[in-house]
Design a protein around this ligand. Structure first.
Ligand code: HEC
Length: 213
């Protein structure tokens, strides 16, 4: 009896595997895709302060850090988070030097920073993001959208940022991301022809990666 159940189980498993194997292959990264370009970091203070965890490659690009640009406030927040959550040990004077180097060399251009200056200046404005409706909802529940649009990241970095949110705030999917998804399922947009059935977060990442690169 036990053997029969076992055999039935194996048959089930094998046929499932065969069916799955017969389906369309999973998309894989195009072999010709160019690696995303980062900004080399040449400053010994940053290399020393951050390099024990963020390795430099042969072009001087430090993992994670080289692949985004941020405002001084943004860099400061990141460093505070590294100290609070990831075990970074840094003197305040060194942290200030790192923020200065990163915001000078991996900062925003004036024309990028100006439209979102209200975020760093903590001015309350009635801001509506109109380039794409998707990012408004998921982002504004926990912080202002200014926090999002005052950074520039590669596609991989936007992806990782979402992954970090999911890791740190396991409820985020229900609180923000999936809530947007449910609303969308109930009220599809008129412009959704043909329907774009990707998860709202995927669409948002796509938009961010194109617009805030
Ligand atoms: C002791 C290890 C450690 C040190 C030192 C460290 N980090 Fe990190 N850092 C991490 C880890 C782990 C992650 C990935 C998890 C995360 O994002 O919290 C990370 C992620 C990041 C990211 C990507 C996350 C984001 O918000 O975009 C940035 C940028 C970053 N670190 C900057 C820095 C800077 C700048 C320094 C130096 C002042 C630094 N880190 C020093 C461990 C470290």
């Amino acid at each position: 009896m036990v053997n029969r159940a076992l055999i039935a189980g194996i048959i089930c498993f094998v046929s499932l595997a065969v069916t799955t194997a017969g389906q369309a292959p999973q998309p894989t990264a195009a072999p010709t895709a160019k690696p995303e370009e980062g900004i080399p970091i040449t400053d010994p203070t940053v290399q020393k302060a951050c390099g024990s965890c963020h390795k430099s490659d042969d072009k001087g690009q430090m993992s994670r850090i080289s692949f985004q640009r941020n405002t001084p406030e943004g860099w400061q927040t990141i460093i505070q988070r590294m100290a609070a959550l990831n075990g970074l040990n840094i003197e305040p004077a060194t942290a200030r030097q790192v923020v200065k180097y990163l915001s000078t060399n991996l900062g925003l251009a004036p024309e990028e920073a100006k439209p979102v200056a209200w975020e760093a200046e903590r001015r309350l404005i009635d801001f509506k993001y109109t380039a794409n409706a998707m990012p408004n909802r998921p982002a504004t529940r926990c912080h202002s959208l200014g926090r999002v649009i005052s950074q520039r990241r590669t596609k991989t970095e936007w992806d990782l940022l979402i992954a970090t949110h999911r890791g740190l705030y396991p409820l985020v999917d229900n609180q923000a991301f999936a809530a947007a998804d449910r609303r969308r399922a109930i009220r599809p947009r008129a412009t959704d022809v043909p329907p774009d059935n990707r998860h709202p977060v995927e669409k948002t990442i796509d938009h961010l990666a194109k617009t805030f690169r």
